[in-house]
Design a protein around this ligand. Structure first.
Ligand code: GLA
Length: 709
C-alpha cells in the first residue's frame, strides 16, 4: 500500500519505494505538511502536528507548512488559493471535510471553506516505483453566484529542516534554451515563470532543491515539474522560520477568472519527487516516469530529415524530391518538409494562416512528393504553425477579429505575425478543420507543430463579453483539446512540439507530443549544453537533434561530421543539412553513423541516462573541456557512452572515463572508438574507467559495452 491513514494520529503516510511523505490533520481541521524525504516511521511525525505560534507578528507559524492553504487569516506565504466571493469577502478558510483513498495509490483530500460552498479536492497519485507523487487540485463553486479565482496553485511542496537550500533550474532564450543555473535561496521568494503565453525558453517549469551538497551520483534532491504550456509560475519561498515551500501552477498574473455556480476548475498536474541518489537519479526517475506515464506512445523516434536549414522558404517539389533521394541514401526513415509549402509563403512576411498547398511550388499537389518519399522507403511529415497568422494573408483579411487585440492598440507584430485567439470556439474549429482536412487527404505520418512568437495584447473583442474569462487559460485548454482530438482521429500520425525551438516543452505538452524540437541552435557544441540542460528534467526519448552544416551559420564554428553526428545521436537523430551538396564520401560516412545509430537507438531512447561528465559542472561552469554521457539498457546487457573533447591543451594526457550503471562483478566487451574490442571487469570500468584515446580539438568518440554471459 502506498497510502495509509493512521487514524489514531490523524496522519497520512505516503510511501514510495525510497521515500516518505507525511502530513496530518490538526485539531483546527487544517492539513499540515510534516515530512518529505528518506523513509521514516510516519507515526513518529505525530508530534510535529502541534500548532506553532511565535508572536503577534508571527502568529500561526504552522500555516506556512499547510499542505494546501487559502489566503485567509494569518496565511502570509504564497497561497494555494486566493478568491473573492460574490459578497466581496476575500478570505478563503479551508478545512478538511474528509478524504478517500482509492486503489493502491490515489488519495483525495476534500477541503471546504468554513462558510461558503467552495470545495477544493487536493489529489495525490503515487508513482511508488518512480518515487514520485502527482498532485493537482479541483476547485468547485457550489455557491449560487460566481466566485472570482485570483490564484490557484496546482500544488505546494514543502521541504523542511535543511541547513541550506540550493535551487537548481534552467533559463535561456531563443537558440540558447535549457541553461542550468544554481542558486542558494535566502529568505524571500525566487519566482520562475512565464507570462508570455507559452512555456517559454526563459524558464522551464521544473525545479530541484538540495542542501548544496548533492552531486550527480549521490545526495538528497527534492524536485518537481509542472505540466502547463501557458503562463505558469513556480515560487520557491524560504520563510524566516527556515523552511522552503515550492508553490506552482498557472500564473496568477493577469490570470483571474470567474467560476460560475456549479462549475469546477481543474489545475494542471505538478509532479514532485525525492531521491537520495543525486541529480542523476532524479533525472532517471523523471525520464522513466515520462516514458511510462506521460508520453502518448512508446514508439522509438524515427531518423528524420528536415529541409528547413537547406532551403528555408525556397521549397519546390523538384527540390524536395532531390533532397528526399539523398536522404534515402543516408538511411533516413522520415522526410519532413518544413515551413514554406503553403499559401503565398515565400518569406516570413506573408502566407501564414493560408493552409493550402502552394500551386506554383507543388503544381501536382503534395501527393507527387509524398509518393516519391514513400517509394524511397520513407514516410512523409509536414510543418505547420496553426496558432499564427501574417497580416498579409487571406485568413487575416477575412478574419482580423480572430487575432488577440485591444481596441485602442496596434497589435505587436513579431516575426511579422500575430497570434490567433485559439480560445475562441470558431478559431479552434478552424484549426481542427484544416488539420483534419490536411491529414485525411494526404498520407502524412508526422506533424511538426510550431509557434513562433510570444503572446501580446491578449484581448478578445468585444472586451466586455470576455470579462469573466481568462484568455490565457482558454488558449492552452483549446490547444490540448485540438491535439487530443487530432491524435484520436489520426492515431497513425506522430507529433512534435516546437516553438521557435524549445519554447513549449513541459509535462503538459508531452502528454500529447511524441517528440520535442529543443532548440533552433544546431551547432553541435552549443547543443551539448542545451541537451544536457534539457536532460535534467526531460527524457532523451523525446529530444530531437539534427546534424547540420559546418561551418555552422549561427556561431561560424567548424566541426567534423563525427562530432556533429555524435552530438545528435544523443537523442532522436535528425539531419537538417543541405545534403544535396554533400559529396559521395560524406554521404557514405553519414550513412555509417545513421546505421550505427539505429543499432544503439533503443539504448539511447529507452535506457538509463548518466551525465558522466556534465559540461555544467566543470571548473568553469559551461566551459568544461570534456563532456561525457552514458546510456545503459534497462536490462543492463548493453551500454553506450559518448565522449566529447572540446580542445586539447598542454600536450596529451592519459584520460580515463569511469562509467556508471554497470554490474561490478560482470565482464564487459568494450569497444572504445576505433580501438580493438577489449574485455574488462565492471568494477574496473566503474572505478578506473575506460582509457580514452582522445586528442585534438572537437574530438568525439562513442564507447559501446556488451555484458558477457
Ligand atoms: C521555427 C522552428 C524552425 C523552423 C522555422 C520555420 O523557428 O523552430 O525549426 O521550423 O520556425 O519558420
Amino acid at each position: 500500500m502506498s497510502i495509509v491513514y493512521l487514524e489514531q494520529h490523524r496522519l497520512f503516510d505516503i510511501r514510495t519505494a525510497r521515500s516518505s511523505y507525511v502530513f496530518g490533520i490538526n485539531e483546527k481541521g487544517t492539513v499540515q505538511h510534516l515530512y518529505w524525504g528518506a523513509p521514516v516511521e510516519a507515526a513518529d511525525c505525530a508530534e510535529l502536528l502541534r500548532g506553532r505560534h511565535h508572536s503577534s507578528f508571527d502568529a500561526d507559524v504552522d500555516r506556512e507548512t499547510e499542505e494546501y492553504g487559502g489566503w485567509s487569516g494569518c496565511h502570509y506565504a504564497e497561497p494555494g488559493l486566493k478568491v473573492t466571493f460574490a459578497d466581496g469577502v476575500r478570505d478563503v478558510r479551508l478545512s478538511c471535510e474528509g478524504f478517500e483513498i482509492s486503489g493502491e495509490n490515489e488519495l483525495v483530500l476534500r477541503l471546504k471553506d468554513d462558510h461558503y460552498e467552495l470545495r477544493v479536492d487536493v489529489r495525490y497519485k503515487v508513482m511508488a516505483e518512480h518515487d514520485l507523487i502527482e498532485r493537482h487540485v479541483r476547485v468547485t463553486n457550489g455557491e449560487a453566484l460566481p466566485v472570482r479565482i485570483e490564484q490557484v496553485m496546482a500544488a505546494i511542496w514543502s521541504v523542511q529542516r535543511l541547513p541550506a537550500y540550493r535551487l537548481t533550474h534552467v533559463t535561456g532564450r531563443w537558440a540558447g534554451e535549457f541553461q542550468l543555473r544554481r542558486t542558494v535561496l535566502s529568505e524571500g521568494k525566487k519566482t520562475l515563470e512565464s507570462r508570455r503565453g507559452f512555456t517559454g525558453p526563459h524558464a522551464n517549469p521544473w525545479f530541484a532543491l538540495d542542501d548544496g551538497g548533492a552531486g550527480e551520483e549521490a545526495g538528497d534532491v527534492w524536485f518537481g515539474a509542472l505540466g502547463w504550456s501557458g503562463n505558469w509560475k513556480i515560487v520557491a519561498e524560504k520563510t524566516t522560520f527556515g523552511h522552503v515551500r515550492i508553490a506552482g501552477g498557472v500564473n496568477d498574473f493577469d490570470g483571474a477568472f470567474e467560476l460560475a455556480p456549479g462549475e469546477s476548475y481543474t489545475s494542471p498536474v505538478f509532479v514532485g519527487g525525492f531521491t537520495a541518489g543525486g541529480f542523476g537519479e532524479m533525472s532517471r526517475l523523471l525520464h522513466r516516469y515520462e516514458r511510462e506515464h506521460v508520453l502518448p506512445t512508446r514508439k522509438l523516434r524515427k531518423v528524420l530529415y528536415n529541409s528547413w536549414e537547406a532551403t528555408e522558404f525556397a521549397v519546390t517539389a523538384e527540390g524536395q524530391k532531390a533532397l528526399a533521394r539523398q536522404a534515402a541514401r543516408l538511411g533516413v526513415e522520415r522526410f519532413v518538409v518544413d515551413d514554406g509549402w503553403f499559401g503565398q509563403r515565400h518569406s516570413d512576411r506573408a502566407g501564414l494562416g493560408d493552409w493550402y498547398v502552394n500551386p506554383e511550388k507543388f503544381p501536382n499537389g503534395l501527393k507527387e512528393l509524398i509518393d516519391e518519399v514513400k517509394s524511397l522507403g520513407m514516410e512523409f511529415g509536414l510543418w505547420v504553425e496553426p496558432e499564427s497568422v501574417n497580416p498579409d494573408s487571406e485568413l487575416y483579411r477575412q478574419h482580423p477579429e480572430w487575432t488577440y487585440q485591444f481596441p485602442t492598440r496596434t497589435g505587436t507584430q513579431l516575426r511579422n505575425q500575430l497570434l490567433l485567439n485559439l480560445g475562441l470556439p470558431e478559431v479552434k474549429r478552424f484549426v481542427l478543420d484544416f488539420m483534419t482536412d490536411l491529414l485525411s487527404t494526404h498520407d502524412i505520418r508526422f506533424i511538426k507543430w510550431d509557434m513562433n512568437r510570444t503572446v501580446t495584447e491578449p484581448g478578445a473583442l468585444p472586451l466586455e463579453d470576455h470579462s469573466g474569462e481568462s484568455v490565457w487559460l482558454r488558449h492552452v485548454w483549446h490547444l490540448y483539446e485540438i491535439w487530443a482530438e487530432l491524435r484520436a482521429r489520426f492515431p497513425h500520425v506522430e507529433f512534435e512540439t516546437c516553438a521557435g525551438g524549445g519554447s513549449r516543452i513541459d509535462l503538459g505538452m508531452l502528454r500529447f507530443a511524441d517528440q520535442a524540437w529543443i532548440s533552433d541552435n544546431t551547432d553541435a557544441r552549443d547543443r551539448l549544453a542545451i541537451q544536457e540542460g534539457f536532460s535534467y528534467a526531460y527524457a532523451p526519448a523525446v529530444m530531437m537533434c539534427w546534424v547540420t552544416e559546418s561551418p555552422h551559420g549561427f556561431n561560424g564554428r567548424s566541426l567534423p561530421l563525427s562530432y556533429r553526428f555524435h552530438s545528435a545521436m544523443m537523442g532522436g537523430l535528425g539531419i537538417g543539412a543541405d545534403i544535396g551538396k554533400w559529396s559521395d564520401a560524406e554521404i557514405a560516412e553519414a550513412a555509417g553513423y545513421v546505421a550505427l545509430y539505429k543499432q544503439i537507438r533503443p539504448l539511447v531512447l529507452e535506457g538509463d541516462f548518466y551525465r558522466l561528465k556534465p559540461l555544467g559542472s566543470g571548473p568553469e561552469p559551461g566551459r568544461s573541456n570534456v563532456a561525457a554521457y552514458q546510456y545503459v539498457g534497462r536490462d543492463g546487457k548493453e551500454a553506450v557512452a559518448f565522449v566529447f573533447l572540446h580542445s586539447q591543451h598542454f600536450g596529451a594526457e592519459t584520460r580515463h572515463l569511469p562509467l556508471r550503471g554497470l554490474d561490478p562483478e560482470a565482464a564487459y566487451e568494450v569497444q572504445a572508438g576505433e580501438a580493438e574490442p577489449a574485455v574488462r571487469r565492471g568494477s574496473t570500468l566503474l572505478r578506473l574507467g575506460v582509457p580514452l584515446e582522445l586528442r585534438g580539438d572537437y574530438k568525439s568518440m562513442l564507447i559501446r559495452l556488451r555484458k558477457l554471459p
